[in-house]
Design a binder for this molecule. Sequence first.
Ligand code: 4AD
Ligand code: MG
Length: 448
Amino acid sequence: MQRLKVKQILSSQSAGAEIKAAGWVRSVRNSPQVAFIDLTDGSSMAGLQVVIDPQTEGFSLLNEVHTGCSVAVEGKLVDSPGQGQKFELKASRLALLGAADPETYPIQKKKHTLEFLRTKAHLRVRTNTYAAVFRMRSHLSQGIHSFFRDKGFFYIHAPIITTSDCEGAGQMFQVSAPGDKEFFGKPAYLTVSGQLEAELLALGLSEVYTFGPTFRAENSNTPRHLSEFWMVEPEMVFYDLQDNMDLAEEFLKALLVYMLEHDREDLEFMERWYQKGLLAQLEGIIGKPFERLSYTEAIGMLKASGKSFEFPVDWGCDIQTEHERYLSEEKIGAPVIIHDYPASIKPFYMRLNDDGKTVGAMDVLLPRIGEIIGGSQREERLDVLTRRIRLLGLSEENYSWYLDTRRFGTAIHSGFGMGLERTLLFLSGMANIRDVIPFPRTPGNADF
Ligand code: 4AD
Ligand code: MG
C-alpha cells in the first residue's frame, strides 16, 4: 500500500482503493461508536475525512487524538454518505505519531486574529488561511519561472552580499564578521536589488532574470514594507522603455492566468474570506490593456482631483502610496503604468530623456496595493552615465566595473523589479504584507 497525499487521494483515487495517508488532525468529531477525523497534510484545502470505529486497530488511541496531533491511517476509500466530500477513508488502522496537548496547543478551532497568529509563525501554517497563502506563494514562484522559461530567459543568481548600492538610497544593512568590520576588505552590505549584476549578465546573455531575497534598511512600518522581501528582476538587452512596459504588462497578466489555472481552489477560499470579487477583478485585469500615463499627466490628474493629500502634489515630487492608490483605485479603477519620471527623484542608472529633465522610468500601480513593479530603460551611454554618477556624488571608482559594460560593447537595455509579496498581497486579498511571507522581518521584529 502506497502513502498518498490527501490531494492525490481526493483527485485521482476511486472508491474501493486501499490507501495510506498521514497528516495533522484539523478536528475530531466523536460519537459513541464512531469518530470522524478531518485530516490535512497541507496538500489541498480539502481534508480527508477518516472514519474510525471499534473495528479500527488503534481505536483506543482516540482519547489522545486532538486538533494538532499528527496521525497515520490506512484503510479503504468508500463513497461518503455525508455532505461536503465525495470519499472518506474507512480506517482499518490508526497510529498516533505526535501528540498535541489540547490544553496548551496554541491554535484552537475558534477564529484567531491574524495579529495573534503572526506570533505563532511556526504553527500558523496549520490554519486554512496561511496554508492557502503559502501554497499560493509556491505556485506564484513556479509561475514566474514558467513565464521566463517559456520566453527563453536565463535564470541567474545575483549575490546577496554586495559592495554597491543599486538604488543609491542608502538603505543597506551592513555585513560584518565578529571582530572584523571589514571582512571583505571594504564595507559590504546586503543587496537592495540584483539589478546591477543582472545588467552585467544581460550584456552577455541578452535576456535574464534574478529571483531572490533583497533587503532594505528603511524604517517603514507599513502594511506594504518588509526589511527582507523577494524580488524578481528581468533584464533585457535591446528593449527600450516601451518594450519594458509591454513585458511588465504581459508578465503580470500571465501570472494571473497561471494562478487561476493552477491554484483556483485557494483563490476561491481567499475570495470567500478576505476579498469579495477577487476572481472577477483578476479576470477583468487579464482582459484589458493597462492604462499608461506619463508622470506629468499623472501629476495633472492628481492636482485636478480636488483631493487633499497628506503629501501635497507638484511636478517634481515623489508619487506616494496615497497618490498611487488614488490613480489606480479611484481614478482609473484598474492597473496603470506611470512613466518618464523626473530624474531628480530616481536612481543614477535610469536613461536620461532628451528633455534633460526626465528619465525612462516606469512603475506599475495596482488597485489596493499601489506600486507593484518599478523599472526603467537603463543609461547605456558612458558619458551620460558617468556625468550622472558624478552629479549624484557617487564614487566612480566603486562603479568602475558597471561603467565597463558601457565602455565595451554597450547596448540599449531595460528591466524591472516586481515584489513577490506585494503581488501575493494583491492575489490573496490579505491586507498586511507580514501575512504573505512565512517569517516576516520588519523594523523591531526578526523572530523565529
Ligand atoms: O522600485 P524598486 O525599489 O526597484 C528596484 O529595486 C529596481 N532595481 C528594480 C529593477 O529595475 N530591476 O523595487 C521594485 C519592487 C517594488 O515595486 C515593490 O513591489 C518591491 O520591489 N518593494 C518592496 N516590497 C516589500 N517591501 C519593501 N520594502 C519593498 N521595496 C520595494
Ligand atoms: Mg520603486
